[in-house]
Write a protein that binds this ligand. Structure first.
Ligand code: F6R
Length: 248
């Protein structure tokens, strides 16, 4: 596990964007696993600006997103499809048919999960999987559990996650209670996993996940076993890791 320490959010975003850019330049038809949430916004902004300068070309890139809320249509402002279009897809030259997000409105969520796993098998393994980190250690919406959920599945969101995501809605009551999420298998099969963390509020869970035991109670801890896992964080988020450590 490699750790890149950045001073602040802006330099963390640049560093993560550097790693993603290198991947796209070296392999123009890369399969990128993508995340939503607050943390990657600066990374997407960096990638958009590099695209606008002619430094990056997404025309052959395939993207597979981690998750989607159940019940929110693609044009709902809080759906993850909407987020991805507003913050990334519509601002670079990714072909719409190459940008996959689970369909939260599918009448049969189980069939939708199986369809999504089919997409992951068809294009996989993912070349680089971008992740954020939940305060309870979730990755995608793989919440703390007795076992690591392997395949794409429907989850009930943990109260802590509903509370954390309420900031995007008018009230916590409006946050969907369920989501579809890629499982831990496709994440662990990715050739490279790149996690971005920012802010003091992530420091405790960063320490628990990456210096504590590997346990499904802290889903991100499984990444300790990934052969090519990169953690990029700002000083605040990495503040409880042993100082000067660049590898764990
Ligand atoms: C989003 C996702 C979540 C977030 C996590 C952190 O697609 O899968 O696991 O990465 O909740 O969210 P932020 O970045 O908002 O702190």
């Amino acid at each position: 596990m490699k750790i890149y320490r950045a001073e602040d959010y802006a330099s963390m975003s640049r560093k993560a964007a550097d790693i993603l850019s290198a991947q796209i330049i070296l392999k123009p038809d890369s399969v990128l696993g993508l995340a939503t949430g607050s943390t990657p916004l600066g990374i997407y902004a960096q990638l958009i600006s590099r695209y606008e300068k002619g430094e990056l070309d997404f025309s052959d890139v395939i993207t597979v997103n981690l998750d989607e809320y159940v019940g929110l249509p693609a044009d709902h402002e809080q759906s993850y499809r909407y987020y991805m279009r507003a913050n990334f897809f519509d601002r670079v030259n990714i072909r719409p048919e190459n940008a996959y997000v689970p369909d939260g409105t599918a009448a049969d969520p189980e069939a939708e999960c199986a369809r999504y796993d089919g997409i992951l098998r068809r294009y996989g393994p993912i070349d680089i999987q971008l992740l954020g980190l939940g305060h309870d250690g979730h990755i995608g919406f793989n919440e703390p559990d007795d076992a690591f959920p392997l395949n794409t599945h429907m989850v009930g969101l943990a109260p802590m996650t509903i509370e954390a995501n309420a900031r995007f809605f008018t009230s916590a009551d409006e946050v969907p209670r369920q989501a579809l999420t890629m499982g831990v298998k496709a994440i662990m099969q990715a050739r490279c996993v790149l996690m971005a963390v920012s802010g003091e509020d992530k420091a405790e869970i960063v320490k628990t996940a990456f210096t504590g035991p590997v346990t499904a109670r802290v889903p991100a801890s499984v990444l300790q076993m990934h052969p090519n896992f990169i953690l990029v964080g700002d000083a605040a988020a990495l503040s409880l890791l042993p100082p000067e450590v660049t590898e764990l």
